[in-house]
Design a protein around this ligand. Structure first.
Ligand code: HXC
Length: 260
């Protein structure tokens, strides 16, 4: 399907790629862009052949935030009644893993969008930040919560209250991103696609159960999270993929997962 503000591609039969594509506005996340993004994410999530999704922007900007020009005259009543930003939860409800490949600016909503994905890979040029405080507002796409979980209270407070940006290297040191990849144009997207391909080669049911279990660590108290993990682990014994995976190990051959 052709979209106006994003591009979709299939760099591998099992990998869906979404590229934010509003270059003149540094991929500012306008409402029309976000509707398209959600539509594309849901379409890939529903496609049985896809095992993982990569989300990226341009070399200059992953996304420079929510669209300030679109928001600036908004009134409280509009924001409240239209449930402004509520559709940001679509991404977090997907079953399939989403990998963000971040180059350039990931600011405000752009940083929050990256934080909403499952894995972030960054190029050395990536710049993260929650600069909302500089324009008289605060993060609204989960930044204050997800950063606090990822990097602790003091750092989150400093960043969110001062609005200062942080580098790819800081993001890596603090564990916001899983790694900074080598230099070179397109390198981060290439690495993200490679990782997506690796994930897609596993049992999809096991991958989705593993994602659910890890997410439980952020959404549930420890006792509940441990129980969730154990139940999901037990559940895998009802799948053909577990029989195939363990059987293949015992027979010293490679498994062929059928996602059943
Ligand atoms: C709308 C934006 C934009 C944004 C950039 N542009 N960011 N438009 N919303 N968030 C537009 C600029 O207006 C400009 O359009 C064009 O993109 C290029 O940007 P420049 O500023 O000319 O580029 P540069 O000088 O290189 O500076 C890059 C920048 C700066 C440092 C990233 O653009 C910037 O500070 N942007 C805003 C960052 C920000 O505050 N983000 C948080 C937004 S609030 P024209 O037409 O002039 O060429 C937010 C709330 C989150 O995200 C709530 C939950 C979603």
């Amino acid at each position: 399907k052709q979209y106006e503000f994003i591009l979709t591609d299939r760099p591998d039969p099992a990998v869906g790629l979404i590229t934010l594509n509003r270059p003149k506005a540094l991929n500012a996340l306008s409402s029309p862009l976000f509707l398209e993004l959600n539509e594309a994410l849901l379409a890939f999530d529903a496609d049985d052949a896809i095992g993982a999704i990569v989300l990226t922007g341009s070399e200059r900007a992953f996304a420079a935030g929510a669209d300030i020009k679109e928001m600036k005259d908004k009134q409280f009543a509009d924001a409240y009644k239209s449930r402004f930003l509520e559709n940001w939860t679509t991404l977090t409800a997907l079953r399939k893993p989403v990998i963000a490949a971040v180059s350039g600016y990931a600011l405000g909503g752009g940083c929050e969008l990256a934080l909403s994905t499952d894995i972030i890979l960054a190029s050395p040029t990536a710049t993260f930040g929650q600069p909302e405080i500089n324009i008289g507002t605060i993060p609204g796409g989960g930044g204050s919560q997800r950063l606090a979980h990822a990097i602790g209270k003091s750092r989150t407070m400093e960043l969110v209250l001062s609005g200062r940006n942080f580098s790819a290297q800081e993001a890596e040191r603090w564990g916001v991103v899983s790694r900074v990849v080598g230099e070179g144009e397109g390198q981060v997207v290439k690495e993200a696609i490679d990782l997506a391909r690796t994930i897609a080669s596993k049992s999809q049911i096991a991958v989705q159960a593993a994602k659910e279990a890890v997410n439980a660590a952020f959404e549930q108290p420890l006792y509940e999270g441990l129980r969730t993990e154990r139940r999901l682990f037990h559940m895998t014994f009802a799948t053909k993929d577990q029989k195939e995976g363990m059987g293949a190990f015992a027979e010293k051959r490679k498994p062929t997962f059928t996602h059943e």
